[in-house]
Design a binder for this molecule. Structure first.
Ligand SMILES: [Zn+2]
Length: 297
């Protein structure tokens, strides 16, 4: 309970003012419901992540074991918990079921909780939850296939329409957001392609077009103020993980998308606060001192 209060206190500090008006019993009610809702949607996301790259139907065939093909019983379809009850094994052949299924489900549950913590009980929160789930799919599909599914990226841009009526992001900010990261990404991609082609003859971009389109679509949805911290966080995460990945696997080719998605989520939740904080601590001082020195001289 105290953790929840400190979460609420933190939320109030960072500008999420409405949490302090909610009673503890509200938290006790809301948290499990939101989490269960999140893991149920997460269960569907698993289907999307596995079937979409293979071109399989998302609704036609019921879930089946990847090894023996046995149909998964209704009782084994409870997100996260079924995997735990079955000790991560198929009920029919005993083959291990990847822990990634409950991880995706639980991740989506926690992301929904994070969205509600960040945005409160508002209509925009539902839009943000859809955004988070789309990012989960994009990130895992990119990790598996090194490719992004373009219609899914465009769905993020479509979310800008409900967001425009629910969130206070100016149209001008959205238009700047469309270009602010995607244009540099596109240019870096083009320049790196020219370099790589000259060096190795391969036609590879340093930043893929999918990543560029993702940043363009997310920019329309979030506006530029959230995009700058989002891109910086995404690049930092990719750099740190990329170094570790290369050290442990010796492989330097790694999907960039999952880190951009993580950056976008953090940017969506804390981006405005980060930009404001940065402005207050650095840029404002810069302006103040420059104006003082102007007076002095
Ligand atoms: Zn099986």
């Amino acid at each position: 309970m105290y953790q929840m209060f400190s979460l609420a206190a933190f939320a109030a500090q960072t500008g999420w003012k409405e949490w302090k008006y909610y009673s503890p019993s509200f938290f006790l009610m809301a948290v499990p419901i939101i989490f269960l809702y999140g893991i149920c949607i997460g269960s569907f996301l698993n289907v999307v992540i596995i079937r979409l790259p293979r071109g399989e139907s998302l609704i036609k065939r019921s879930s089946h074991c990847m090894t023996c093909g046995a149909k998964i019983r209704i009782i084994d379809l409870i997100p996260v918990f079924s995997w735990l009850f079955l000790h991560g094994k198929c009920h029919s052949c005993g083959e291990k079921i990847s822990p990634r299924y409950p991880i995706v489900e639980a991740l989506n549950g926690f992301l929904y909780l994070a969205c509600f913590a960040a945005f409160g009980m508002k209509a925009i929160t539902f839009v943000m939850c859809i955004f988070a789930s789309l990012l989960v799919c994009i990130a895992f599909i990119d990790w598996d296939t090194m490719d992004m599914y373009i219609p899914m990226l465009l769905m993020i841009a479509v979310l800008a329409i409900p967001s425009h009526f629910l969130a206070h992001i100016h149209l001008k900010d959205r238009i700047i957001g469309l270009f602010i990261i995607s244009v540099p990404f596109f240019l870096i991609g083009e320049i790196s392609r020219a370099f790589i082609k000259k060096k190795t003859g391969e036609n590879i971009r340093g930043i893929e077009l999918g990543d560029t389109i993702l940043m363009a679509c997310a920019g329309v949805f979030l506006g530029w103020k959230a995009m700058i911290p989002a891109a910086i966080i995404g690049l930092l995460l990719a750099a740190i993980f990329g170094l570790l990945y290369k050290k442990f696997t010796g492989d330097s080719k790694m999907a960039f998308g999952p880190f951009l998605c993580a950056g976008l989520l953090l940017g969506a939740m804390f981006g405005d606060e980060i930009t404001k904080w940065y402005y207050m601590h650095f840029l404002q001082d810069l302006f103040v001192t420059s104006s003082i020195s102007m007076i002095r001289f």
